[in-house]
Design a protein around this ligand. Structure first.
Ligand code: IPE
Ligand code: IPE
Ligand code: MG
Length: 247
């Protein structure tokens, strides 16, 4: 298969079920997060073969700060370890990494590592990997509205000139295409504040497997299910084949 076309295929993953995976095995929830972090590499490696050009993973939501402090601290440590361990590997695999989310609230040590990883892979042209940390769709939209309002207040922008394109350009995801497919593991059927604006016409898949058990095979199954769907984008299809989900 060749995917050297300019067409993009953006998959978002809500990596859910770490805690339940651990609890079901009599382990601490943190053990589930550690196992979950290890899953990311296999999924990232599988992307080129599946035609995935953009992968966005939800690692920590704006609501996840409300979890017990010990769990939050463990997650921050796991994120730091992941970046330290993977930075050279990701660069060697030509993976361009970006982070979306609030950033200022992330502990300074982690924030610096996030910056290092973005800088180290800024020249990479293979997979676009976006990691959502302290990310919430509502918060992202709120910050975008604030920034547009500042432009209106300064006279740089007329209210009537605010467009969908302008709003998209004010979001953290301004450099990314909209997601085509969003996968949420662990059998939960909700969005939990992930890519709210961007997912308008995304297809969803909800595999029941918990994130620490999600393999490249499960990923390939989700993608292959997606390619069999018809995306209509609100339109009447001229011919069924035309809007077949492409990747
Ligand atoms: C996803 O796993 C990881 C984060 C939200 C940080 P959970 O920790 O939500 O696992 P469950 O849903 O409790 O099983
Ligand atoms: C969504 O999962 C956030 C991440 C996977 C990082 P949650 O486990 O936080 O979502 P809810 O609380 O079940 O909706
Ligand atoms: Mg969860």
């Amino acid at each position: 298969m060749h995917f050297r076309e300019t067409r993009t295929f953006h998959v978002g993953i809500i990596m859910d079920g770490n805690g339940r995976w651990a609890e079901a095995r009599g382990l601490n929830r943190v053990a589930g997060h550690a196992r979950g972090a290890r899953r990311v590499t296999e999924i990232v490696d599988a992307c080129p073969g599946l035609g995935v050009t953009h992968l966005t993973v939800f690692a920590f939501s704006t609501e996840n700060w409300r979890r017990p402090l010990l769990e939050v601290e463990a997650l921050m440590r796991i994120f730091r370890q992941y970046i330290r361990m993977k930075i050279e590997d990701l660069a060697a695999h030509d993976v361009r990494v970006r982070f979306i989310g609030i950033r200022d609230r992330v502990p300074a040590r982690l924030r610096q590592l996030m910056q290092d990883l973005e800088d180290r892979t800024a020249h990479c042209e293979g997979l676009n990997l976006t990691i959502a940390i302290d990310y919430g769709g509502r918060d992202e939209i709120t910050r975008a509205v604030q920034s547009l309002a500042r432009d209106v207040a300064s006279g740089a922008l007329q209210p009537g000139a605010i467009s969908e394109r302008g709003i998209a350009a004010a979001l953290d995801t301004r450099e990314l295409p909209d997601p085509d497919l969003i996968i949420r593991t662990s059998g939960e059927f909700r969005v939990s504040n992930f890519l709210l604006w961007q997912s308008t016409y995304a297809e969803y898949d909800f595999p029941t497997v918990a994130w620490p058990d999600f393999t490249a095979e499960h990923f390939a199954e989700s993608v292959s299910g997606y390619t069999r769907r018809l995306r209509r984008f609100g339109q009447v299809l001229p011919s069924a084949g035309m809007a077949r989900a492409s990747r």
